[in-house]
Design a protein around this ligand. Sequence first.
Ligand code: ATP
Ligand code: ZN
Length: 293
Amino acid sequence: MRTLDSSTSLRIAIQKSGRLTDKTISLLEGIGLKFDDYKRSLLVKCRNFDVELLLIRDDDIPEYVQDGVCDLGFVGANTVAEDQANVTILRGLDYGVCRLALAAPKNGSIKTTEDFTGKKIATSYPVLTRNYFETKGIKNVSIVTLSGSVEIAPRLQIADAISDLVSTGGTLKANGLVELDKIFDSETQLVQTNKPLSEGKQALIDKMLQRIEGHKTAAESRYIMMNAPETAVPKIKDMLPSMKSPTVMPLADNGMVAVHTVIPIDTFWEVMEKLKAAGATDIVMLPIESMIV
Ligand code: ATP
Ligand code: ZN
């Protein structure tokens, strides 16, 4: 294995094994980076770009990027904020979406944020939790920092309430807790070191960012094709929330055309029904692998 110091490749920190790992790898592969088996090594060389992945615990990522050990990192906004890391957030990514929630036992004495005065809260996020109470002006809250299994702290009488990461809230419910407030909204972020980078590395980062943008737009778009009478084209054109003017091609049948365009996925069903009413037939929707607008 290469030592950390010997490389001038763009080094990217990702979570070794956890909720963010597969989605981060599939995003990197989706923008064209190829890796050999990334599960078996700590440092994985990219086969087609001057990039290497460092696979570490997510908690270590902000600091590694801050210190310039890694140039980029894919990590939860919660972890970046909790560590108060001095890094540049390049963009948010829509996976690893969760929130830091404040929760208390269902039938206990804590019903609102004000009831927290003088109480003990267990969390893995002491900085964000303390900030929350300070902002609310609630004093005298003591924080018990735990590294995991925070949700059982009230039952063990280690704390009166908790703040913990949730996505659906199922774990809270299963532990007899009710969510009282949201402390922090989180998603995965791509962060960059504030240490100076070579022109080559910066250019590669810019290229990756552009590809990520294209990948996201593609995931949110669909290519649609339909046949229609030529006379219906002006009406169809008005209905299409397309990025550009649609492509209209004549069909062998007189007076008939094929219309092709790209639309945002969330408009598809509504648009399709309207298109049909306007005379379009054989409407086909296709996924798009990637696109640069
Ligand atoms: P590691 O071994 O790397 O320290 P971990 O156990 O701290 O792993 P995971 O549970 O894999 O971390 O969570 C990683 C990140 O996934 C969290 O920091 C958060 O950004 C995000 N995440 C998304 N949904 C949830 C959820 N429901 N609970 C916890 N984290 C979530
Ligand atoms: Zn962790």
